[in-house]
Design a binder for this molecule. Structure first.
Ligand code: SF4
Length: 136
């Protein structure tokens, strides 16, 4: 077990962050109509993890190649195969590792929508959850 990811994406410039924030806000706003649906799905995921769903938290993808391999696996799933999506990405319903990493600090997390914006996942998440595709 490594626990510590060594892979880091380049830090976005202030203008990049601004553009991303604006894009995220637009998306969050346009997605508000699906709020009830998101909440139901969030509860379904929470229930699956509370019931003891075992997911693949290791190995953590240390390189872009390993990261890409997990994404490729996810893309091959049927869109309604939520369980496999959670297993392959290593979902847990608590902070993870020595650094207690959380969705909240992940670059894919949309704070106001409580949503994972990584296209291969694209699911509601709680800020204190984590998966092995975590990135900053
Ligand atoms: S990629 Fe993983 S850690 Fe990041 S927001 Fe999505 S579910 Fe959370």
């Amino acid at each position: 077990m490594t626990g510590y990811p060594s892979l880091r994406r380049p830090v976005a410039s202030e203008s990049d962050r601004g553009a991303r924030d604006i894009g995220s806000r637009r998306k969050e706003s346009s997605d508000m109509s699906g709020k009830g649906k998101d909440e139901a799905l969030l509860q379904r995921i929470a229930d699956m993890m509370a019931a003891g769903l075992e997911t693949q938290t290791e190995p953590f993808p240390e390189t872009e190649k390993e990261f890409g391999e997990i994404l490729t696996e996810l893309r091959q799933l049927s869109p309604d195969d939520l369980r496999s999506k959670l297993v392959i990405s290593g979902f847990v319903d608590h902070p993870y590792g020595p650094e207690q990493q959380r969705c909240f600090e992940c670059m894919y997390y949309l704070v106001h929508r409580k949503w994972c914006d990584l296209p291969e996942l694209s699911v509601p998440v709680e800020p204190d959850w984590w998966c092995r595709l975590w990135r900053i």
